[in-house]
Design a protein around this ligand. Structure first.
Ligand code: WTA
Length: 676
């Protein structure tokens, strides 16, 4: 008889269940000025009107040529939106605003150093900088339409300038989060086949000027070992004309952008007329296996969706001062710092540093000084701001009309502080649920139309039709209040096109489980699997519970457990590694790392520190484990599978449940004792 296998409990199943909160309604003042107040939008975007409804989003953009076919499904599930249409993202974010807003601020740059004040880049100036950089990329770096280029840039205006310069040429940018290691950059350089790396010498973080250039050297060397040669490294200087890092430049390979730009002063580059389906950028994200996935986003569909959701959900008007605290190295920054707000001609804030540096009031001072009226951040930042300065917002004279939360579920208590203290009871909140893959929001309230519900993302966006399946593919009744796997029934323009270079993995990961007919060209047969568990309440609002795959969401950043575990295995002493999420007041969850050692090695604090350092080295400081537990053995099923659920219960001081079916139940007791 087959042995009874212990089933691993998914993160979603152990997620806390909050009670349904009362609805909170938007103020008449907000509604009076909102971009979208027509409830019929939900009818216009019903499944019956799919896909033509998305013309409304595309019409926000300026097209060189209108499309012939709104949605081509002939290569399902790799869809082509607005087929036959031509446009340029750089033109849409910059050039087209010059007639009306030339002298208006496009980017407010806030240095982490208070004494450096604010820098305001007008649309005219952005136009000049983007053109000159595009000329440099084209003539000096030899980049052309369709090439990939890896960016590893911190949060300064040089980053959007570089992105928009790439977009102007049709060069596909792949920005790696600045806090990631040289190794992480190398992996992305190799996968995307980049021969140019664009980086910076240094940036401020927590009051320190960090040497960033050293990561470029590591990245280029590691890429070379794998056969991907980077022949040019372009280095933006934090202070033009002054080198802020001791790391030397490599002759014939490394160039200061600021120096080379001198040859391109006054240069103008015609924007390339890109096909709507041409890729605009790659954004790598963690998956269930070790290798990050390069999510490929297209030009027309992505930009239409980023602009449309920025207009209708973020309620951005060109006169708004909009601050999204995310890093541009994440999808939130791409869609909702750069492409969405700039496509709408808004003024977008870029802040270099830590929101609580040098004091708890810093963020609110920035909001006050720049008269920010739309604010966008993640629960992890909200929790941190609440912890260090619960009464700080009241001390500053700013007024938000609109606030966003994104990236992880927000606890109702934290939501209420955000609403009452940060928003001063005046600002509406949208809880936006989406993913790197989806380009823009999947679920959210439309702020002037639907009331808010703390802890709930809200209904599907107009034109996004979520459905919850159980593990067997049975549809859970709408509003059933039972947790299941949230999927989207239909494609939408912001959806990624494929995983760069790996169509099979794309199909398998996102459609493998629920596809009705693998040969079908009908989108109805290809529900998109988000990989999240969710419940839908009776009122149709969705509450997202967490990932069903092996992904840990730390401070709203996705880290693959496999990625973390393989980083620990870099240490020769480590035999096996298992990562589990542990609840944390500020970061939501943090990884606890369990390792067992190879014979002949002994546990020590030094070794634990070494393993911790290895994770920072391999991935970046955000991967730093909460604690490294060196255990005599991993709890395992009889088939040898590591029982992460049990380790998770121990780390979270929960009930480990029945362990008698394990191959080594005694080890659970030993680990429990260690944790006491
Ligand atoms: C989670 C970030 C609850 C979810 C834009 C998703 C959320 C993953 C929310 C994507 C939210 C994102 N409520 N959970 N409002 N937003 N998530 O790719 O698990 O970095 O799958 O994109 O974050 O993270 P990613």
């Amino acid at each position: 008889m087959a042995e009874k296998e212990v089933v691993e409990t998914s993160e979603a199943q152990i997620a806390v269940h909050w009670k349904e909160e009362d609805l909170v309604y938007p103020s008449p003042q907000f509604i009076a000025q909102a971009n979208m107040t027509d409830p019929e939008i939900y009818d216009r975007f019903s499944l019956d009107n799919f896909p033509n409804c998305f013309k409304e989003y595309a019409d926000i953009l300026t097209w060189y040529k209108y499309w012939d076919e709104i949605l081509d499904t002939s290569d399902a599930p790799c869809y082509k939106w607005f087929k036959g249409g031509q446009l340029n993202a750089s033109y849409n974010c910059v050039d087209r605003h010059l007639a009306e807003f030339k002298n208006k601020t496009a980017i407010h740059f806030v240095s982490e150093l208070i004494e450096e004040g604010y820098e305001h880049v007008t649309f005219q100036e952005l136009y000049v900088r983007v053109n000159e950089m595009a000329a440099l990329l084209k003539d000096f770096a030899g980049l052309k339409r369709g090439d990939r280029v890896t960016l590893h840039l911190p949060m300064t205006p040089d980053l959007p300038v570089t992105m928009l310069a790439c977009a102007r040429l049709g060069v596909i940018h792949s920005q790696v989060f600045g806090g990631f290691s040289g190794k992480a950059a190398a992996d992305r350089i190799i996968d995307s086949g980049s021969r140019v790396l664009i980086t910076a010498d240094a940036y401020y973080r927590g009051g320190n000027l960090l040497d960033h250039k050293q990561k470029a050297d590591i990245a280029v060397d590691m890429a070379k070992e794998e056969g991907q040669v980077v022949d040019k490294v372009l280095v933006w200087q934090r202070y033009p004309g002054k080198n802020s890092t001791p790391t030397p430049m490599v002759e014939g390979r490394d160039y200061f952008v600021n120096d080379v730009l001198k040859d391109y002063y006054g240069a103008r580059v015609e924007p390339e007329k890109m096909n709507a389906e041409d890729p605009l950028f790659l954004m790598y994200t963690s998956g269930t296996t070790g290798k990050p996935k390069g999510c490929q986003h297209g030009t027309g569909g992505y930009l239409a969706y980023a602009a449309g959701t920025s207009k209708f959900v973020q309620d951005i008007h060109p006169t708004d001062a909009y601050w999204c605290m995310a890093d541009i190295g994440w999808i939130t920054g791409h869609s909702y710092i750069v492409y969405g707000p700039l496509a709408l001609g808004a003024s977008t804030v870029i802040y270099e540093g830590i929101p609580t540096y040098p004091d708890a009031g810093r963020s609110w001072r920035i909001a006050q000084d720049l008269d920010v009226n739309i604010f966008h951040t993640a629960p992890t930042a909200i929790r941190a701001l609440r912890k260090v300065g619960p009464d700080e917002p009241a001390k500053y004279n700013y007024h938000f009309k609109h606030m966003t939360t994104v990236g992880e579920p927000i606890e109702p208590e934290v939501w209420k502080w955000y609403y009452k203290e940060v928003g001063k009871g005046e600002a509406i909140i949208v809880d936006t649920y989406w993913q790197t893959e989806t380009g823009g929001f999947l679920c959210s309230t439309l702020p002037a139309i639907k009331p808010m519900k703390p802890g709930s993302a809200g209904p599907g966006m107009p034109g996004i039709h979520p459905i919850i399946f159980d593990d067997d593919g049975k549809t859970l009744e709408e509003g059933a209040g039972i947790a299941g796997n949230i999927c989207i029934q239909n494609p939408w323009p912001g959806m990624f096109q494929t995983i760069w270079g790996d169509r099979d993995r794309f199909v398998e990961t996102y459609f493998g489980r629920y596809c009705k007919d693998i040969n079908s060209k009908d989108w109805r047969d290809w529900p998109y699997m988000t990989g999240d568990a969710a419940v839908q309440a009776e009122d149709g609002y969705f509450r997202v519970l967490g990932r069903i795959d092996d992904v840990i969401n730390v401070s709203g950043h996705r880290l693959g457990t496999k990625e973390l575990e393989s980083a620990a295995l870099v240490c020769v002493e480590v035999a096996e590694a298992a990562v589990v999420p542990v609840s944390d007041d500020i970061k939501g969850v943090v990884p606890d790392m369990y390792v067992s050692l190879k014979p002949g090695y002994d546990a020590s604090d030094e070794l634990a520190a070494k393993i911790s350092a290895a994770l920072c080295e391999e991935i970046g400081p955000i991967a730093k484990p909460n604690k490294v537990w060196i255990v005599p053995d991993m709890p395992k099923t009889r088939s040898g599978k590591i029982m992460r659920r049990i380790l998770g219960a121990i780390s979270n001081k929960g009930d480990v449940g029945d362990v008698m079916t394990l191959a080594n139940p005694e080890v659970v007791e030993i680990i429990k004792k260690m944790a006491e």
